[in-house]
Design a binder for this molecule. Sequence first.
Ligand SMILES: [Zn+2]
Ligand SMILES: [Zn+2]
Length: 874
Amino acid sequence: MAEENEQRYDPAAIEPKWQRRWAADPAIYAAEAADCGKPKYYVLEMLPYPSGQLHMGHVRNYSIGDALARHQWMRGYNVLHPMGWDAFGLPAENAALKNNTPPRKWTLANIAAMKRQMERLGLGYDWATEVTTCLPEYYRWNQWFFLRMYEKDLVYRKKSKVNWCPECATVLANEQVIDGCCWRHETTLVEQRDLVQWFFRITAYAQELLDGLEKLDGWPEKVRTMQRNWIGRSEGTEVDFFLAEKIDEGTGNREQGIGTRPKGSSSESGVGEAGPSTALRSAQDDRVVRIRVFTTRVDTIFGATSVQLAPQHALVAEFTAANAELMDQVDAMIDQQKRAREAGDLGAIEKHGVATGRFAVNPYNGQRLPIWIANYILADYGTGAIMSVPAHDERDFEFATKYGLPILQVIKPTDPDVSKDLPFCSEEGVLVNSSEYDGLSCDDAQRQMQEAAVSGGFGEAKVTFRLKDWGVSRQRYWGTPIPMIHCEKDGLVQVPDDQLPVVLPAQIEITQQGGSPLSRVPDFVNVSCPKCGGAAKRETDTMDTFVDSSWYFYRYTDAKNDNAPFDPQTARYWFPIDQYIGGVEHAILHLIYSRFWTKVMRDLGLIANDEPARRLFTQGMVIKDGAKMSKSKGNVISPDEMVGRYGADATRMYALFAAPPDRDLDWQEDGVAGVSRFLARVWRLATKYAAVVRTANESQSKTQNGGAALRLLRKLHQTIAKITLDFEGRWHFNTCVAAIMELVNDLQAADAQLAAGEVSAPVVRELLRSLVLLLAPFAPYLAAELWEELGEEGSVLRAPWPQSDPELAKEDELEIPVQINGKLVEVVRVAADADAKAIEAAALAGEKVQARTAGKTVVKVIVVPGKLVNLVVK
Ligand SMILES: [Zn+2]
Ligand SMILES: [Zn+2]
């Protein structure tokens, strides 16, 4: 009994022992210098927000990254595997309000708690490179970058409509508004406010951010698609329509424009004609009021039957000035848009418009089109004005039908089988009813009409992007102070580099009043101007916390540098990141900002890479009983509880085993218990034969082994080949763990032969040593313990990853499925090296094949060697 007790797998004893040893050996997970002679490998998991408690999603994310890091160490790479803390942000302020704890104290305590959890999980991080973004030694470089970007005109300040989360009491970037709500407060509607804000000019890189996606073939296609859509490039033409009357500035009297009331003009509300010459004359006339529209389909412009303005368009104020009724209608529309925007439902807004009684002239043919104001035209998209072509646009068709506007077809489908119904929105067509452009393809017409606009002075080619500049001002305390000073005499003045960092004041009262909390700290606000020395005021907004995470992974390469954000030489060695791992929820936010930041740093001459990460992996979520884990549902599984009950190895291995890493994982405690029992079997097997292994040595003969030894070696080498291949990119870690389980089953099934000495000591040694090496990325504690148990010295992490011997891995026999007329009938066994003739013979001799072909003719036999036989039978 006593002996059996001694042989029990006890993670509560093994794991803390190794945790202590690893903590005492900082070199174990440390990256080496660039001149170490090894190839480099930078594996990175997204850094967490220090909430104080890891959740299972973290455990899964880090288990994937840690398995990869350990595997790469064993493959002989110089591995950088760092961890840090995305430590600024609102929860620290909320906690300060609730518990009266200073944000810094709360945050640092949470970091300590989570670091303990990570260490208990046995995650192999190089803590010497730890980055904590809320500390001045880090955020001073946010300020330094801000100033460099300001000098390059990549930072600017402007008054604009901004997204305001009433819960956060701060501004949000467009990327942080998800379905009309705050990214942190999923049920809080975001409001629109007019504020003076700081912006990063991310749009300066819009085209490059888009083009770069083509080269990121190591990123999931879905992430690239999301970014492509977010950037939203569209190519088209900007065209000036002309207001069909002039505004006399002196008196406010309006008189009719040149030639805008042609002979034979049908009616006030219809579409009139004036002829191209008048349009060209208008283009030359400076007194004419232009209405600029953006269109991707200038080829359809002869089919325009109205011009529509956003309710906020500059001309609308002009129109409503003398028309109270119209003004009320416009106000109602603005209100409607605001509510729809807040509900995140702009697309679904009920389309509604009002005719202004005014007209615009189409510059291509001089036609007079009624001007409408419509609630679905957005002031901040394009030019805030569109031409409406009902025959060739779904939305315009719907609108024209609702209000009885003319529908004029100008594109005829080239394919005669295409429905003649309107709207016809494809570009597979030729122009009709379009004067001299008739008969041109849509492509050709777009080109020629664009040229006509340029030469006629009423338009130009235009590329537009959906991407907007990144608003980074936050009216919060717990963030990086913006290093700018407002001087009455000098205007905006940069904080000089030698006065960085601008440190957050420690003593501050957090309240939920509006405005930045920093503005209520006179010691912080009042400074002398660096330029004139006079009294001046500091900027009191802080930076969006996504600034912190935009470049943190560069800091890991040189985390203690006091003179620069990092050493460019060191960053050049480590970048790009070889494998980045994190949640798909960052596909747009963090992953677009950090790509932008990388391009800016490259243009500052700090780095040589264009993109931060060569490969990106987005793991699935951890759920419970089909639902997201959440406190309100009471279905949260605590990592500490799992580790306490089953050990860190079983918890981590289950997180990898229970689902393919890219899919959602439904956490089942039974499954963790199962993995724990499996590890106990490994433990018993290895300890039982450890003495045999210790006495064996490599020079002993491996011959004189019976069938059992060969079978086990074949299984082992097949398992090595499979897992090695998976680490190279397929990442089906769930099937890797399953393969190890199969190997252990086979070893246990051969227990009698092993016990009887039918397998020689060197083979037992190879089997068990390799088993431990294969386990090491997934169950590091048990692997370390058994490595020692088998008599090995040094860390298992520095032991070479086992090599698969293809000869040993080769099967004696293969299973070949046999189909008759494409349907599987039988599986036959053939020698692994059988040729096509032998495979055909074996297939035809199959028992079921014989029964099915009796009395029939085999017309044809198709043999795919090693894979399949198909018989065509009549
Ligand atoms: Zn919020
Ligand atoms: Zn000054």
